[in-house]
Design a protein around this ligand. Structure first.
Ligand SMILES: Nc1ncnc2c1ncn2[C@@H]1O[C@H](COP(=O)(O)OP(=O)(O)OP(=O)(O)O)[C@@H](O)[C@H]1O
Ligand SMILES: [Mg+2]
Length: 261
């Protein structure tokens, strides 16, 4: 049961890939938990979760009463004591929504932000994600940004792999290298690259050549239908079947790489 974090520069297609992979693993019969760690929370839309269901989903970091109940302190309280290992085992089932075989959890924003934030809500999120990684018998797909500030080193390092999404442009490739260094630094041994929005063979070659130290496990072609799906809040896997086929190839290569490494 792979536990993977999808990461990369802003706008490269992390949420798109995370949604596609969640769908592919669910279709293959796996239990899947998709975790939206982006404060902007768009994974639910990419998964096509209906509005009524999304309305039932509340970001964990904003559940003040739950945070108080579990940690002993409220968000924003400073200087007080709170537990660093709160009970979280019931949270994935109680505070998620499930749609088409994919359980979706939304983490929300840690108000104080910044790296190394020591606050009750971050203690709860870290404990929660670590629990999902270590104890839940599900494929976990974490839609994360380029940093690990919200989750911290220990949590981020518990994943099996980072999938770093890039597009054929200098900035996202340089971010990929930064993420690769960070991953090594915190002890994540497997990093794989997915090239997104590629138009042709030259784009594929450009990505491969720009990242000689990183295995590229596949590509998603640039597809205007993806933009349209995003604009209309339609599930990417319903709206763009071509991308599902490409993502299936990526998942197969990923599974193979995991099995042999
Ligand atoms: N293969 C593709 N072809 C065309 N457009 C794409 C492709 N993949 C993603 N997009 C579009 O690029 C935009 C950003 O995609 P997405 O939201 O998946 O990126 P992200 O990395 O999650 O962004 P953020 O950092 O804001 O969370 C969206 O409008 C999406 O529809
Ligand atoms: Mg996103």
């Amino acid at each position: 049961m792979p536990k993977l974090a999808v990461t990369g520069k802003g706008g490269v297609g992390k949420t798109t890939l995370a949604a596609l992979l969640a769908h592919i693993y669910a279709q293959a019969g796996y239990a899947v938990i998709a975790i939206d760690a982006d404060p902007a929370a768009s994974l639910g839309y990419a998964l096509g979760v209906p509005e009524e269901l999304l309305a039932q989903l509340h970001p964990i970091a904003e559940m003040d009463d739950l945070i108080y109940e579990r940690t002993g302190a409220r968000p924003g309280e400073t200087g007080g004591f709170f537990t660093l290992n709160p009970r979280v085992d019931d949270i994935p089932d109680r505070f998620s929504v499930t749609y088409q075989g994919i359980r979706l959890l939304q983490l929300g924003t840690i108000s104080k932000g910044g790296s190394g934030c020591i606050c009750p809500e971050s203690a709860l999120l870290k404990a929660l994600v670590t629990y999902v990684i270590l104890y839940r018998n599900e494929v976990m797909i974490l839609d994360m940004d380029a940093g690990i500030e919200n989750l911290g080193r220990a949590t981020a390092s518990a994943v099996d792999a980072f999938l770093i999404v890039v597009e054929p442009g200098r900035r996202s490739l340089s971010t990929a290298q930064t993420i690769h260094r960070l991953a090594k630094d915190i002890g994540v041994t497997r990093c794989f690259v997915v090239g997104n929005k590629v138009r042709d063979e030259a784009d594929r070659a450009f990505i491969r050549e720009s990242l000689p130290d990183l295995p590229v496990i596949g590509f998603l072609s640039f597809n205007p239908k993806a933009v349209e799906a995003d604009q209309r809040g339609r599930a990417i896997y319903e709206a763009v079947p071509e991308m599902v086929a490409e993502a299936r190839q990526i998942a197969a290569t990923f599974d193979q790489a995991m099995a042999t490494s």
